[in-house]
Design a protein around this ligand. Structure first.
Ligand code: SF4
Length: 412
């Protein structure tokens, strides 16, 4: 599973930007440091599934093998203290706590609940902690969901679609399909714990029909849907990428979502694209120029950058820091973190000159990598992003244009 997490009506994996009166507008630039607001904690570093495409366990970085399977009580306690220290130092009014893995529920729902409570107790009063566990859904039971709900931990579920066929590559270590258990878990959350349901996270598979995929996910009644492009870069291209295949997929899914005429579910990528096109601030890793503000704590207490970087090359997410010896402020000074807070200044010349720069922002950082050239390149999805952003802009323009048809009884 990647380090991404589902967003929701209330801040979950990624806090929604506060768009009131310019609040939440954070302008990136050289030398400007922004505090971390998303703390992704690897409560458990192994997974009960072995999805065939998983870049974390099947990708170039095998650092997980040498780490403890689960975060110890000492690591979790130290992490809670460091998060509180950072919240105090930067007077944070809210932060996101993402309980991640591997499969975090392997750590036990009670452990996750206890850790979340400890973070809430340690941060200064006035700092809201929005907690979400990002799970593959297979271990969700009534008892575990009750423990999580009582602790105010919401649940985001990773699925490839809403049918068994869509999830054929999500299998356990014996090759058995995970869909029956995952579907049972998702339906249980939707039916019995709707207030705890953060939503679904799905990696786009261009081989699947976009409308059918969207509608099948909708049947699981997610309050939010987080669509991700699969990780890839110029050296290791995304699977099956030809022409604007991924962009076409997103356009078709967007049209289905847009044409509903009501918000069937929040689709973060679509809503953020619309917001950016309207000149509103947005905070997504996939689009825009907002400074990136997420940090990861591994099961051994290492402070790392987000997992997606591991799809580029071994050690790409490493900082050399850990929660025992270092503060999160020290991680803000890491060159890799600083580069993601510099906005347009850190982008390739082609991106800086691009008319879509303010909306696209060069795309997801991990998708810009080219061996021997680093990350200062356009996204490997450049053509797809152009296709998608221009398409959404056209839809917006169409919605804003006055109805050209003559009014009944009026002048044409
Ligand atoms: S990745 Fe492509 S579309 Fe995005 S800003 Fe760079 S050149 Fe423009």
């Amino acid at each position: 599973m990647s380090a991404e997490a589902v967003t929701g009506p209330a801040p979950a994996g990624f806090p929604a930007p506060d768009r009131r009166a310019g609040k939440g507008v954070r302008r990136a630039g050289p030398g400007i440091r922004f505090p971390f607001r998303q703390f992704i904690v690897k409560a458990h570093g192994r997974c009960n599934l072995a999805c065939t495409y998983c870049y974390l366990y099947e990708g170039p970085d095998s650092g997980w093998r040498s780490r403890p399977a689960a975060a110890s009580a000492e690591v979790l306690g130290r992490t809670a203290a460091r998060i509180a220290e950072h919240a105090r130092a930067h007077a944070l009014e809210r932060l996101s706590l993402v309980l991640h893995g591997g499969e975090p529920l392997l750590a036990g729902a009670a452990t996750l609940a206890r850790f979340t409570t400890e973070v809430r107790e340690r941060v200064p009063s006035g700092c809201a902690v929005h907690a979400v566990v990002q799970t593959n859904g297979t271990l969700l039971t009534e008892d575990r969901l009750t423990v999580l709900a009582d602790a105010g931990v919401r649940v985001g579920i990773s699925l490839d679609g809403g049918t068994a066929a869509h999830n054929r590559r999500r299998v356990d270590h014996a090759g058995r399909p995970s869909w029956p258990a995952a579907a049972r878990g998702a339906r249980l959350v939707a039916a019995r714990f709707p207030a705890s349901y953060a939503g679904l996270l799905t990696v786009v598979d261009p081989a699947l029909d976009p409308v059918q995929t969207y509608e099948s996910l909708l049947a699981l009644r997610p309050p939010a849907l987080h669509l991700l492009l699969p990780h890839g870069n110029w050296t290791t291209p995304p699977p099956g990428r030809t022409g604007t295949r991924y962009g076409d997929w997103l356009c078709a899914a967007f049209d289905r979502w847009w044409a509903a005429g009501r918000r069937e579910t929040r689709v973060r990528l679509f809503e953020e694209c619309v917001a950016l096109l309207l000149g509103l601030p947005a905070a997504t890793e996939a689009l825009g120029l907002a400074p990136f503000d997420a940090v990861v704590v591994e099961t051994d207490g290492s402070i790392e950058q987000v997992d997606s970087l591991k799809s580029a090359y071994p050690g790409a997410a490493s900082t050399g820091l850990d929660v025992f010896r270092h503060t999160f402020d020290e991680a803000l000074g890491h060159p890799g973190v600083a580069a993601r807070q510099e906005g347009a200044a850190a982008l390739a010349g082609q991106c800086r000159a691009c008319p879509l720069l303010r909306v696209c922002g060069g795309g997801h950082y991990a998708h810009r990598y080219r061996a021997g050239h680093g990350f200062r390149n356009p996204s490997v999805y450049c053509a797809d992003l152009q296709r998608f952003i221009r398409h959404v802009a056209d839809r917006l323009a169409g919605a804003a244009a006055p109805d050209p048809s003559p009014r009944e009884g009026g002048a044409p």
